[in-house]
Design a protein around this ligand. Structure first.
Ligand code: G6P
Length: 615
């Protein structure tokens, strides 16, 4: 959802900003641009397309360097992706340039006012409106960039993180955030700016995460000033030590980040369990739960809010929590929850699940829940992310950086945390006996091996992908714990291959989707659950008798369904609550190989962004 990078120091800013933007490309990749102060004037270069295209353009220039600059990689909101709508945007005088991540909601009213005052616009973006509002205020109030930015931001409604430079004050960069992330890397006599810390990991491990409603005037001639946007009060932010491992954000010989991340799942699960699953002691240690155990024991209802893949993890948790801990659970799309006047009060627990910890709808949902008195628990992957900070307590998934836009290892680690919570609460609430508790945690402990076994079917799955890659529609069916897996499988296929797919509870097939089945429509059926085996077998026969092609995910040694299905993918047997761990992975691999065979851009599928920080 747009990435922002900046640099201020004595090095050449161009390669730092360029490489930084490449690391943020997961946030958006439909256009990119960089603006530098070259010691004399502001020079800007931007274009539609990926950062590599911008790099090629700039490589043709004789010079493009400076010690101060800002850069942007875009995921279009206002205005189609084209050169004009690319960032940085400049003011009418060309003095001020800004990059922006977010949405200015009242931009058309502000634009109209500015047009009446003689301003003109070249793009359709809200950002160009903001930069001209800053300029208008600067001239009218006769103030410096920092004050003009502050005054302008107090007039706009919306979400933003911005970085601005001004030729009249070329030794400073003004940054601000509200609703979109922004952090500042602190080096020796130099500063870095990023939507996250990855752009500057090579240079410094010290970072300041701006809080919502804060801004900074970063300068190299005197100390940087941190203050609130809403008033003139100063803030004193903490410098945090970054613990992100640079190697973890590289492809390590895999063709795509997505494939690397799929194969990282066994170790990601171990990282999630580390320190939490204590087999010898027979306990699950999770300070976020332990410290607030009274709340978890007294609540009657847990509401889970999330979007996309994280919402699917929430749906699996609904089955886990209700079966294992006997707690009533509702799972809500955060975007619906936030506008639905939900009946939530201080006796409620709201769990927000988010890989990025920045999804605007999920953030708004937890703000609403907190306002209504609920206790908010965050399950995030990105350490220090906004949702993890806003939540009253929470657990990090520790999946490591996930770069591929389609979420894989984040999902598996989310369900790991959710399973831990379910079992822990089951025990604490007296629902599970010690014996049952031990059975659950021992099975969980063996899941890494089982996931690794599933990954060994990669070549077989690749061959199946070749057989169905030309389908234009696919149906994914599952029951119980595997119904959300069917939804997730369908989502993965849509996201990266652009093939239309639908996930359905298998029993619902007869209420509609069966009408779609013919020889051109593959059905991917998850048939591992013993409880529903016979019922799913009937579904398989129903599809077969209508000439549908069947790809079945079954337990090793399956007899019946394997006989009827066109292709089977065997996964190791486990308990029902843990089947999503072994059944999701073949579906991730299937989507991956189909997308590769279709020549899709697997890591950066069209129209998507990894982190959606606007509504
Ligand atoms: C975007 C991504 C999805 C992701 C969803 C929620 O749509 O493309 O992959 O599942 O946002 O993201 P979150 O970071 O909140 O889990």
């Amino acid at each position: 959802m747009c990435g922002i990078v900046g640099y201020l120091g004595s090095k050449n800013a161009y390669p730092i900003i360029l490489e930084g933007l490449k690391r943020l490309e997961y946030r958006g990749y439909d256009s990119a641009g960089i603006c530098l102060y070259n010691g004399n004037k502001l020079i800007s270069n931007k274009s539609k397309g990926k950062i590599s295209k911008l790099e090629k353009r700039i490589s043709k220039l004789k010079t493009f360097h400076g010690n101060i600059g800002i850069g942007h990689t875009r995921w279009a909101t206002h205005g189609e992706p084209n050169d004009k709508n690319s960032h940085p945007h400049s003011s009418n005088s060309n003095d001020i340039h800004i990059v922006h991540n977010g949405i200015i909601e009242n931009y058309s009213a502000v634009k109209e006012e500015l047009i009446n005052k003689g301003f003109h616009f070249h793009s359709e973006t809200d950002t160009e409106v903001l930069v001209n509002l800053i300029e208008y205020i600067q001239i009218k109030e006769n103030v410096k960039l920092g004050e003009a930015v502050q005054l302008a931001l107090n007039q706009v409604i919306g979400a933003y993180s911005i970085a601005a430079i001004d030729i009249k004050k070329p030794d400073e960069i003004v940054v601000a955030r509200l609703g979109s992330p922004l952090c500042i890397g602190v080096g020796k006599d130099e500063y870095f700016i990023g939507s996250d810390a990855t752009p500057f990991l090579d240079y410094t491990k010290k970072a300041i995460y701006l809080k919502d409603g804060e801004m900074a005037i970063i300068r190299n001639h005197k100390p940087t000033q941190y203050r609130k946007i809403a008033d003139d009060s100063f803030t004193n932010p903490t410098v945090e030590k970054l613990e992100i491992d640079l190697a973890k954000i590289q492809k390590k010989g895999f063709d795509h980040f997505m494939l690397k991340e799929i194969f990282e799942q066994p170790s990601a699960v171990i990282d999630t369990l580390r320190g939490r699953l204590r087999l010898k002691k027979g306990i699950i240690k999770m300070s976020g739960i332990d410290d607030f155990i009274d709340k978890f024991l007294s609540t009657n209802k847990i509401t889970i809010v999330a979007c996309g893949t994280s919402w699917h993890a929430g749906l699996i948790a609904e089955y886990m929590f209700e079966k294992i801990a006997k707690i009533s659970v509702e799972v809500e799309y955060a975007s619906e929850f936030r506008y639905r006047n939900p009946v939530i009060d201080k006796s409620d627990i709201v769990i927000a699940i988010s890989q990025s910890g920045e999804t605007a709808d999920t953030l708004a949902a937890i703000k609403l829940a907190k306002k209504q008195g609920a206790f908010v628990y965050g399950i995030c992957n990105v350490v220090g992310s906004t949702i993890s900070r806003e939540a009253d307590a929470g657990s990090y998934t520790h999946a490591g950086p996930e770069i591929g836009v389609a979420s894989t290892k984040a999902f598996i680690t989310q369900i790991t945390i959710l399973f831990l919570i379910a079992v822990k609460l089951g025990k604490s609430r007296g629902v599970l006996s010690s014996k049952q508790f031990r059975e659950y945690i021992y099975e969980l402990n063996s899941i890494k091996k089982k996931i690794t076994k599933v990954l060994s079917s990669n070549d077989k799955i690749k061959k199946i992908a070749a057989k169905i890659k030309n389908a234009t529609n696919c149906l994914y069916l599952g029951r119980g714990y595997n119904f959300p897996v069917a939804l997730e499988g369908a989502l993965k296929l849509k996201e990266i291959s652009y093939i239309h797919a639908e996930g359905y509870p298998a029993a619902e097939m007869k209420h509609g989707p069966i009408a779609l089945i013919d020889k051109n429509m593959p059905s991917i059926i998850i048939a591992t659950n013993k409880l529903y085996y016979d019922k799913i077998l009937s579904n398989v026969q129903e599809i077969k008798s209508r000439k549908g092609k069947i790809i079945a995910v079954v337990f090793e040694g399956d007899k019946e369904i394997s006989k009827i299905a066109d292709y089977t993918i065997e996964v190791p047997e486990t308990i029902p609550a843990l089947t999503p761990f072994v059944t999701t992975i073949p579906l991730q691999l299937l989507s991956y190989h189909i997308a590769v065979k279709l020549g899709r851009n697997v890591d950066q599928p069209r129209n998507l962004a990894k982190s959606v920080t606007v509504e």
